[in-house]
Write a protein that binds this ligand. Structure first.
Ligand code: RAM
Length: 361
């Protein structure tokens, strides 16, 4: 066990037992130390010191949902760049399938055994990683989720690409406009357990309750598992099952690309509308050939960069993950931690024929 972890355990012990017992159990700790610390309870809750120096030489492990997904390549490279500029070390591990939850658990355990200082994880499933992530935190490792969250008590902070509510609602708004507020629509999602997609889909359903969408019917949520072939087949299946389908929302970069590929080679091109979340580089040709009118995304590299800065700020003691704490994320500016330890990157960009050539990611 590391020293930091022993200290945390002792502080936690002091918070729940009498001070005398905690002092005995932790040897070395004196009453004066505890006093100088501002009290055992305070130190167990962890006090942020916004003026603490940024530590150098930290190792931060990135664990995406899926390593061979270009979206995560961009995100993690953003993290790498930020870490190297700060004098830290970067590493990346992760499964090649977005539905390999037990693989993700093993990678969390590997990073813990390797005693990284912090890890940035995009969770394939909200609960499955919890035990492993809690074990990491017990060992003094700071845990940041980025892109896709776990439960709030299983990490120190979550770096969110944008407000989940905004993302869910705007995707419906974009597609509804394209289909003239009328007709059957479907959603082509990623993995059935994906925290981020499921949260956005819940907000899409809420948005659809607005009377202005009374003539739109959501007929199905299909899952392509962030696998190109499965997403392509699911799109084909949706059109077979619902020949009157007017539109598809795909809130995944892998899904929207595969759906665009299917539609552009079919009789549905330009007739069945497709929107959701994609990268401009993946979607450019489908915007130019008339398959897709508009879709949205944030800059994945910026998401990775912010996750890296958050991991370093946590490891340096500048933040603990509590609402209201602020920290500097290099030249990205100052960020404030919101409710449940969520940090929002900002607003996504809507891409269409007019602006798509201005973006290269
Ligand atoms: C895929 C992944 C990722 C999601 C993007 C939009 O690459 O599912 O988690 O944020 O799409």
């Amino acid at each position: 066990m590391r020293r930091a972890s022993i200290r945390r355990t002792c502080a936690a012990l002091a918070a729940v037992t009498s001070l005398a017992l905690a002092v005995t159990a932790c040897g070395g700790t004196t009453k004066n130390d505890v006093k100088n610390d501002g009290g055992a309870a305070a130190s167990s809750a962890g006090k942020a010191d916004p003026n603490a120096a940024t530590k150098k030489g930290l190792t931060v492990g990135f664990l995406p949902k899926q390593v061979n997904n270009p979206y995560f390549t961009s995100a993690d490279n953003g993290g790498k760049k930020a870490l190297e500029a700060l004098g830290e070390k970067y590493k990346e591990v992760g499964p090649s399938s977005a539905t390999d939850t037990s693989g993700q658990v093993s990678y969390v355990n590997t990073l813990t055994q390797q005693q990284v200082n912090a890890m940035a994880v995009s969770a394939q499933d909200p609960g499955a990683l919890c035990t492993a992530l809690k074990q990491a935190m017990k060992n003094g490792i700071k845990v940041v989720t980025y892109d896709s969250d776990t439960k709030p008590d299983c990490r120190n902070a979550f770096v969110s690409q944008a407000s989940a509510e905004d993302l869910g609602r705007t995707e419906v708004q974009l597609l509804a406009k394209q289909i003239g507020y009328k007709g059957e629509i479907a959603i082509l999602s990623a993995a059935q357990t994906a925290t981020n997609q499921n949260t956005w889909i819940d907000f899409m359903k809420q948005e659809l309750k607005d009377p202005k969408y009374k003539d739109i019917k959501l007929v199905k949520v299909a899952y392509g598992n962030d696998d190109a072939q499965a997403s392509f087949q699911q799109t084909q299946g949706l059109l077979q099952q619902y020949p009157n389908l007017k539109g598809i929302i795909s809130p995944t970069t892998v899904g929207i690309k595969a759906a665009a590929q299917y539609l552009s080679g079919s009789k549905y091109k330009g007739k069945v509308k497709l929107s959701g979340l994609g990268t401009p580089n993946d979607m450019r040709k489908y915007v130019k050939n008339g398959t897709v009118d508009a879709f949205e995304l944030w800059d994945p590299a910026k998401l990775g960069e912010l996750a890296a800065h958050t991991a370093v700020a946590l490891s340096s003691g500048q933040i603990t993950g509590k609402e209201g704490e602020t920290f500097k994320a290099g030249d990205m500016g100052t960020y404030t931690i919101g409710k449940d330890g969520v940090i929002n990157l900002g607003k996504p960009t809507v891409f269409d024929a007019k602006n798509i050539d201005q973006f290269n990611f």
